[in-house]
Structure formats: C-alpha cells, structure tokens
Design a protein around this ligand. Structure first.
Ligand SMILES: Nc1ncnc2c1ncn2[C@@H]1O[C@H](COP(=O)(O)OP(=O)(O)O)[C@@H](O)[C@H]1O
Ligand SMILES: [Mg+2]
Length: 247
C-alpha cells in the first residue's frame, strides 16, 4: 500500500504540492492527471524517494520514504518499476544491457539468468530478438517497450508510468496503452499512471486523481470525472480530449 500524507513541496517561491493526501491499495490501477507543470512527476519522484518533501510524508508498505535509512529505501525501491517520462535508455548500452542494468546494480552476475530475464521481459512487451540492438536503431515505440521491459526486470509489485504515451503517434500510443493494460491484468501489479491522455485514463484506470493548483481536486472513477460539470474539471476535459473516436 502507498500512503501519501499531506505532502508539500515548493521550489523557491513556487508551491507545487500544497498538501496532497491519498492511499493506493494493492492491486489498484490509478491514473494521476492534471495540467502540464502541475506537479505529477514531482509527486511520483516523492513516492520513490528521489525528492524529499518540505512537509508530509510518503509511506510505502509501512516504510517512510523520507525517513527510512538508505538500505531500507533501496529495498522498497526494488519493488517499484518506473517508466520515466522519455524512455531514458542509455544510448551506449545494448538493449540487453539496458534491461538488466538494475539487476546488475543489485549484484546479479549469473549470465544465463540475465539472458533468460532479458528474453522473458522482451517477450512480455512484444519484442523478440533485439537483445543486441542499440537504442539508436529503435523507433520511439520500441524504445518505450524496452524501457518497460527494463522496469519489469526486477519483478516489481508496483509499476509507475510517467506519461507513457506522450510524444508517441496515436497508433503507437494505442499499442502502448493496450500493452500496459495487458501487463496490469497479467502481472497483478499495483499501477500508478501519470498522464494527460484521457483515452489512457478511460481505457486503463479504475480510479483517477486530478491534481489542480497543488491539491487533489477530484478522486474517483473515470466515468464520474468525465461526466463532471465542475468548471475546472470541464476545462481540463475539453482541453485534453483529443478529437479521435474511441474504438
Ligand atoms: N528539480 C526541480 N527544481 C525546480 N523546479 C522543479 C524541479 N522539478 C520540478 N520543478 C517544477 O515543479 C513544477 C511541477 O513539475 P512537474 O512535476 O515536472 O510537472 P508535471 O505535472 O508536468 O509532471 C514545474 O513548475 C517545474 O518547473
Ligand atoms: Mg511530468
């Protein structure tokens, strides 16, 4: 379980998070939405301990992320797969080296096991036989899939996706959405998806948290959000609803 408790964070005079609280139960698939720059990535970075709160806390599986000693923090982090905004693959490493980076950093040296995991995770994201390719040889969609395979390599209980479809064309976006949906069903992970793609929200999430001006403005089921008559919710919905008919 993830507990975000009265989280506050400013950068200089800019108050980004002004007291954000919510809980994610095990097995939930939750979308976090809000305007660009509203603090979605900042929120995710607090949950994995990359940023320290000014006030409040995040507790993952009973461990306080801001107060835990480093070894305990690392143990919790190993349970979290993170698909960063942009794929953030290392250009100088092969696909296989990228995928197994986390495992090797945690001391895994067994070559056969690393090869097996690479193949297994590539198959899971619908790619095969590209272990030795370099990231520069891959399309945007393939890079996302490799980044996803890397996030899955440590078999995390939590998966965080930061704007998984931003910058991809609509067809590739649909494929990545479908893949995330498949994985969510197959792996029984708890998923947190940051996006401003409302199609992703409606297709994948069972709950949506809308952040506005540093606070949670809506927390509920996607269909209720989509039907909301609240002016701020409507403004967001109209701005980000892309003119594509849903299949
Ligand atoms: N490390 C940082 N230092 C200073 N400002 C930051 C930092 N990270 C994020 N910000 C600012 O915090 C705000 C929220 O950023 P972010 O969480 O990335 O937005 P988004 O909701 O688009 O993911 C933005 O104004 C951004 O410029
Ligand atoms: Mg962001």
């Amino acid at each position: 379980m993830i507990q975000v408790r009265s989280l506050q964070k400013s950068f200089g005079t800019r108050e980004v998070l002004r007291g954000v609280s919510f809980e994610i139960r095990d097995g939930e698939t939750v979308a976090i939405i809000g305007q660009s720059g509203c603090g979605k990535s900042v929120l995710l970075k607090h949950i994995i301990g990359l940023l320290k709160p000014d006030a409040g806390d995040v507790v993952v599986d009973g461990v306080s992320i801001s107060k835990a000693p480093l070894p305990e923090l690392e143990r919790v982090r190993r349970n979290i797969g993170f698909l960063f905004q942009g794929s953030a693959l290392f250009d100088s490493m092969t696909v296989a080296e990228n995928i197994t980076l986390g495992l090797r950093e945690h001391g895994e040296r067994d070559r056969e096991k690393l090869t097996r995991i690479t193949k297994e995770k590539l198959a899971l994201v619908g790619l095969r036989g590209i272990e030795h390719a370099m990231p520069s040889e891959l399309s945007g969609g393939m890079k996302k899939r490799v980044a996803l395979a890397r996030a899955l390599a440590t078999e995390p209980h939590y998966m965080f996706y930061d704007e998984p479809t931003t910058g991809l064309d609509p067809v590739t976006s649909d494929q990545i959405d479908a893949l995330i949906q498949d994985l969510t069903g197959q792996l029984h992970v708890t998923s947190l998806i940051v996006t401003h793609d409302l199609f992703t929200v409606e297709r994948i999430a069972e709950r949506v948290i809308f952040i506005h001006e540093g606070r949670i403005y809506f927390d509920g089921i996607p269909s209720a959000f989509a039907r909301s008559t609240d002016p701020i919710a409507r403004q967001f919905l109209e701005r980000y609803r892309t003119p594509v008919t849903q299949g």
